[in-house]
Design a protein around this ligand. Structure first.
Ligand code: GTR
Length: 325
């Protein structure tokens, strides 16, 4: 018996070695702007494990974190042309490419993170994922990004009037630019990787983001005032290059799609824990957290809604999102 199992073990070892040597192994390259350990990075690594397991090692995923493959706008182009296989990006930089993504990116479109999850997990989410296809991309899943709020190097912001004239960096998206301008502040669209030094040198007064980004990008070291205005609950999106997708068999496409969905559960666990941890870190480091009455900010968004909900289709999409419980 003992000899037999030893023989079996040796055979299996030899077998897997053969697969390693002779079997076609494809490594899918995935981009992320965040550092190693960030919930999105870890979720895509987990997705890679699922894919590897479910394709018996024929496919695996290598996550190039910390913007190793470039800033988000560039990586989106590279994903469209097939240079990058997978990309985890905020929906923001897609606003000018996939018009449907502008709707969930609108300020105060979602009432809460739970509302966002219900919408993105349902048929509306599927519809938005599908909208990527005409842009050389395949939408695989949505991840969480909490709520975005303003932070700055100058002062506590406790009312809409305090925002007046302040210069805030935003994601390279017109929705974000229009939002900040509608609040009486000045928007400076800029790549994420440039924000730290722009804050430090005073090129901008502030920026806006969720707790984990504010903390992991170290912006809190220079911007000591954070206002919980929660103006946007913008989902993250995981996309695949259409050309990489087309190289997969229908069976492998189904595996990738399911693995992406499965990774959402993991992502949310990691996200919820990270939000708490990041907030604690920045508060301990002396960041002053202010509350604000959101009503005047919500009211100021009327022209922004009018601008981005021009077609009946986009208007209808917004109505259906708002009607979702
Ligand atoms: C983060 C998001 C990143 C990036 C960044 C930014 O919340 O996860 O993908 O878009 O914001 O502000 O550029």
């Amino acid at each position: 018996m003992l000899h037999f199992s030893k023989l079996m073990a040796a055979t299996f070892a030899f077998g897997s070695l053969m697969i390693g040597v002779a079997g076609a192994q494809t490594v899918l390259r995935s981009a992320d702007t965040h550092p190693d350990g960030y919930p999105t990075v870890e979720a895509v690594k987990y997705l890679g494990e699922l894919i590897k397991e479910r394709t018996a090692g024929r496919y695996s995923v290598e996550v190039y974190h910390s913007a190793q493959l470039g800033e988000e706008k560039d990586t989106i182009e590279q994903t469209q042309t097939g240079v990058i296989d997978l990309n985890r990006v905020s929906m923001g930089p897609f606003n000018g490419i996939v018009p449907e993504t502008a709707v969930p990116s609108l300020p105060y479109m979602f009432r809460s993170v739970e509302h966002m999850r219900h919408v993105m997990d349902g048929p509306i989410g599927d519809e938005i994922l599908k909208a990527f296809e005409t842009h050389d991309l395949v939408g695989l899943a949505f991840y969480d990004s909490g709520a975005r709020s303003f932070y700055n190097t100058k002062k506590d912001i406790t009312s809409i009037a305090d925002l007046k004239g302040m210069k805030f960096r935003v994601i390279q998206s017109d929705v974000f630019v229009d939002m900040v301008n509608a609040l009486g502040a000045n928007a400076t669209p800029m790549a994420y990787g440039e924000v730290y030094s722009a804050l430090e040198t005073g090129v901008i007064d502030g920026a806006e983001n969720n707790w984990p980004s504010f903390e992991s990008a170290k912006h809190y070291e220079v911007a000591k005032h954070y206002t919980v205005d929660q103006h946007q609950i913008v989902p993250e999106v995981l996309v695949m290059s259409k050309s990489s997708w087309d190289r997969l068999t229908p069976e492998d496409q189904a595996i990738v799609k399911q693995a992406a969905k499965d990774s959402v559960v993991k992502m949310r666990e990691l996200w919820d824990a990270q939000e708490k941890k990041s907030r604690e870190i920045v508060e301990k480091a002396g960041v002053k957290v202010s509350e604000i009455d959101k009503k005047p900010l919500i009211d100021a968004m009327k022209p922004v809604y009018d601008k981005y909900l021009k077609t009946p289709e986009l208007k209808d999409l917004a109505t259906r999102i708002q009607a979702t419980k």
